[in-house]
Design a protein around this ligand. Structure first.
Ligand code: ADP
Ligand code: MG
Length: 325
């Protein structure tokens, strides 16, 4: 087997009333089985489009995509039994049924016999930690439990490849950590299992994934292990600064290729990170800011992080870093 998924010069275009969006362009990926593989990128990078193509929900415009060697465009019926998809934004549409009833409903959709369904649901309710809420109506679930329920639903057909589109989006730190652990445990449970997950949280991808593809504007801009990606900033230094900016803040920061992690609109103070080749360059940055009427309030030296790699690859702008390990 070897490959869980593969894309060859894959492209996807959306046309809406005259406007053309190249959501994916010339994407070439080979995703091995038995690992968690990350698709990392900012909003609009093309992550969901790629997942939809691999899960046979959307056709490629150009190129090919395969899951377990089956062509997504021609052999979708071979692929569907092997996969499942859970989106972090999923709100189960049947708020008036219970967690257990919902899992039962999906088991029947997947054509499980009743005995198998009962056993599997009991096991999933244990493993995914849904015992406390198994008889709760879906509409009463907290976001954290809802995501666990979605994950259990995604495991009902015992997929070989589980696709997770932003599995921890909108979750508090504790719930997100539980979800990440469940995903990691599931992959470890059998060497044939593969997870392909999307995220825009760099630290999440670094923690969970054996390999990562970084997408930006529909293209793969880097691919490798988190350590390999991190080495792209090896030997560099990061200037962490608190900066007050009067006007045109975005333009000033864009020129620096800075990631501004926090911006307090009340005070116009930005906390930014700039990757520099050596510390002497920070003098130029300070000059850049002050000559535009800004003030540098503090300046601290830091080690480059995975997040800095990401900023380097996808450019400046607001970096989402809600994740706390
Ligand atoms: N159904 C659609 N119709 C038109 N444009 C779309 C559609 N789906 C996605 N896009 C566009 O394709 C690009 C990639 O979107 P998406 O794959 O959802 O990115 P991501 O999941 O990385 O945020 C975006 O510019 C988005 O607006
Ligand atoms: Mg998306």
């Amino acid at each position: 087997m070897g490959l869980a998924a593969e894309t060859v010069n894959l492209g996807r275009v959306f046309r809406n009333r005259g406007s053309v969006v190249q959501a994916l362009e010339n994407v070439n990926l080979r995703i091995e089985t038995g690992q968690i593989y990350g698709l990392l990128g900012p909003n609009g990078a093309g992550k969901t489009t790629l997942v939809k193509i691999l899960t046979t929900l959307l056709l490629p415009t150009t190129g090919e995509a395969y899951v377990y060697g089956y062509n997504v465009a021609k052999e979708a019926s071979k692929i569907r039994p092997l996969i499942n998809l859970v989106s972090g934004a999923d709100t189960p549409g049947y708020g008036l049924i219970t967690v257990r009833e919902n899992l039962w409903f999906y088991s029947m959709l997947y054509g499980l016999d009743k005995e198998t369904a009962r056993e599997r649901i009991n096991r999933l309710i244990e493993e995914v930690g849904l015992k406390d809420v198994e008889n709760e109506l879906l509409r009463n679930l907290s976001t954290g439990y809802r995501q666990r329920m979605n994950l259990a639903r995604g495991l009902v057909n015992e997929p070989s490849v589980l696709f997770l589109d932003e599995p921890t989006i909108g979750l508090d730190a504790v719930s997100a950590r539980k979800i990440r652990k469940l995903i990691k445990d599931w992959v470890k449970g059998d060497s044939g299992r593969t997870v392909i997950l999307t995220s825009h949280y760099m630290a999440e991808v670094e923690e969970m994934c054996a390999r990562v593809a970084v997408l930006n504007k529909g293209r793969v801009v880097a691919e490798g292990t988190p350590a390999e990606l991190r080495s792209l900033v090896a030997g560099k230094t990061v200037a962490v600064m608190e900066v007050w900016l009067p006007t045109d803040a975005d333009r000033v920061l864009d020129m620096l290729e800075a990631a501004y992690k926090t911006h307090d609109p009340a005070t116009n103070i930005y906390r930014i990170r700039v990757v520099v080749n050596n510390w002497d360059e920070t003098a130029n940055i300070v000059e850049h800011i002050t000559s535009r009427g800004g003030k540098v309030l503090s300046l601290v030296k830091a080690m480059p992080s995975f997040e800095d790699v990401y900023v380097k690859l996808v450019g400046g702008g607001e970096v989402v870093s809600e994740f706390e390990a």
